[in-house]
Design a protein. Structure first.
Length: 558
């Protein structure tokens, strides 16, 4: 944290990054997902069960307390009515004394001091009737609905849940039980007794607290058990993943430790058996590949001796071909041409065998790709003229030297030009060179018949031909593009192809300007701009090219 960065800002940044970190952990860790899912489902189950138990206990406690207070209220009302019935008081003072005795009996029998007595409003006015008596804790608690029920249903008992306020101002849950009393010489009165359910509430709160603590402990135990079990199961999987990565990296001797006889031990044994088979198979293939490479190399070297002899003899005959009859002269010319092709094929086979053996070394030197492309175009100019194609060079960039092997890059360009001339159908061929900060690129485009997607996928295969029935007029060996791809890869670059039937073909060579370039982006597009803008080019017509002054060289037909 910098000196000017406050701890609050640093903490806020960490909190904002926390969701992304948890999401990444959720995606990467099976163990984390399993523990979280187990914890969530267990929490849901415990929550539902806890709610059910809490409601059941609360309901049972309330019902039990209610039955008790209803019985006590009924007994208190009966005792008070007995006192009132046994009295013969007739004046106001005597009736008040009898009423006080009855209320004392109610408090004694019911066990509650929250008592209220109201004269029935339907009774006629009487000066001798005792006044209403209301305990402070019941002030404003008794609702009109409860009083109406008592007035409408004499000799019945009714109750209502209320909040009873104690002397200290605290409010506790409780009930008020109402019934009626008949006072001789005064008429009918309503008796209300309040009961505090504080003890039941405390019991329920204690049970809920115990349940919450137990649920938390159970969740912690479940999480720990799940973590340990999943870890015990995940560890072999992680071992398999690590072993697989080492196998993929080429460490064929690595194996999984196998212990016990359970399913994990069976997995380890099966994996090790697979690794053994894979190692044996790879060893066989490696030995076969080495044998094949050695065979090709040996055959190529062995063929050089007889080929040299044939070459010398052929040159002698070729030099005297004018002295031979017509058929013999043509045979000598054919022998000379095929000997040249055979020699080129042997050279390509030796080059491929070097790449297969990994023994190729680049002889790099600063090279100007624009000059190299111009020299290649000049060397292929006569061949292009014979085929009716015009070669053009467009080089807006790429004039700075790049460290490449000029012999191999020249071979790539000549090969791409040869293929363009071979399949260009006598139409113009454009060679473009450009560069950016990280790469330099060269592309060769023809406007010939083009290739299908299947042909593009196999165009770099050795000895593959898009149309086997079509004869080579230039005399390629079938290894040119394969070698060109190997040359590009050896430089740390790439050789890409784009083609569509009727639109022609583009081969693009991209090379890094420096050896330590990380991300290389080609400065030349692979798909031509005119394809999307104007569709296929007409026969024998190429879009106008306007190179910058001094930035390009063009080679035209004479």
């Amino acid at each position: 944290m910098s000196a000017g960065q406050s701890p609050a800002i640093f903490s806020a940044a960490r909190w904002r990054a926390l969701p992304r970190q948890l999401a990444a952990l959720w995606r990467r860790s099976l163990q984390f997902r399993t523990v979280i899912i187990t914890l969530a489902l267990s929490s849901l189950a415990i929550f539902v069960i806890g709610l059910y138990i809490s409601f059941s206990v609360a309901s049972n406690l309330f019902r039990q307390q209610l039955d008790q207070v209803l019985g006590a209220s009924n007994q208190a009302t009966t005792a008070a009515q007995r006192i009132l019935d046994s009295s013969d008081a007739a004046d106001r003072a005597s009736l008040q004394g009898v009423m006080s005795d009855a209320l004392d009996q109610v408090i004694r029998v019911s066990g509650s001091r929250a008592v209220a007595v109201y004269r029935d409003p339907t009774e006629a006015f009487s000066q001798n009737a005792p006044p209403d008596i209301v305990a402070p804790s019941l002030g404003g608690v008794i609702t009109p609905e409860l009083r109406n029920r008592i007035e409408e249903n004499p000799d019945q008992q009714f109750w209502q849940s209320v909040a009873i306020t104690e002397d200290d101002g605290s409010s506790d849950p409780g009930v008020v039980v109402g019934s009626d009393l008949v006072v001789p010489a005064a008429g009918r009165y309503e008796l209300y007794i309040g009961y505090n359910f504080e003890n039941a509430q405390e019991t329920l709160a204690f049970m809920q607290l115990t349940g919450i603590v137990g649920a938390a402990a159970l969740l912690a135990l479940l999480s720990s058990v799940t973590f340990l079990v999943v870890r015990w199961v995940i560890e072999p999987i992680r071992t398999v993943a690590a072993t697989s990565r080492r196998l993929a990296a080429g460490d064929l001797g690595v194996r999984m430790p196998s212990k016990g006889e359970d399913e994990l031990a069976t997995l380890a044994g099966s994996f090790n058996g697979m690794a053994d088979s894979l190692q044996a198979r790879i060893r066989e293939l490696a030995e076969l590949s080495v044998m094949q490479q050695r065979f090709v190399s040996d055959v190529s070297h062995e063929l050089r001796t007889p080929l040299t002899t044939i070459r010398l003899a052929g040159d002698v005959l070729y030099g005297q071909r004018d002295d031979f009859p017509g058929p013999t002269a043509r045979t000598v010319e054919l022998l000379h041409t095929q000997t040249d092709r055979f020699e080129t094929l042997l050279a390509d086979l030796l080059e491929i065998s070097r790449y297969d053996a990994g023994s190729v070394e680049l002889a790099t030197e600063p090279t100007n790709l624009v000059h190299l492309a111009g020299d290649a175009i000049q060397s292929m100019h006569e061949l292009a003229r014979e085929r009716g194609s015009e070669l053009r060079l467009e080089a807006p960039g790429g004039h700075l030297d790049a460290d490449v092997d000029p012999r191999r890059i020249r071979r790539i360009v000549r090969n791409l030009l040869g293929n363009a001339i071979e399949h260009g159908e006598g139409r113009p061929i454009v060679v473009a060179v450009d560069s950016n900060e990280s790469a330099i690129a060269l592309s060769v485009r023809d406007y010939g018949m083009g290739m299908t997607e299947e042909a593009q996928a196999r165009v770099f295969d050795r000895f593959w031909r898009a149309d086997p029935s079509r004869m080579r007029t230039i005399g390629g060996t079938g290894l040119g593009l394969a070698i060109a791809l190997e040359d590009a890869v050896a430089h740390g670059g790439a050789l890409d192809v784009w083609s569509e039937p009727g639109h022609g073909t583009v081969f693009r060579l991209t090379l890094p300007r420096t050896k330590d370039a990380d991300a290389v982006e080609s400065p030349l597009p692979l798909v031509p701009d005119d394809i999307e803008a104007t569709g296929p080019a007409p026969t024998g017509v190429v879009p106008a090219i306007e190179p910058a002054d001094g930035a390009a060289r063009e080679v035209h037909d004479a």
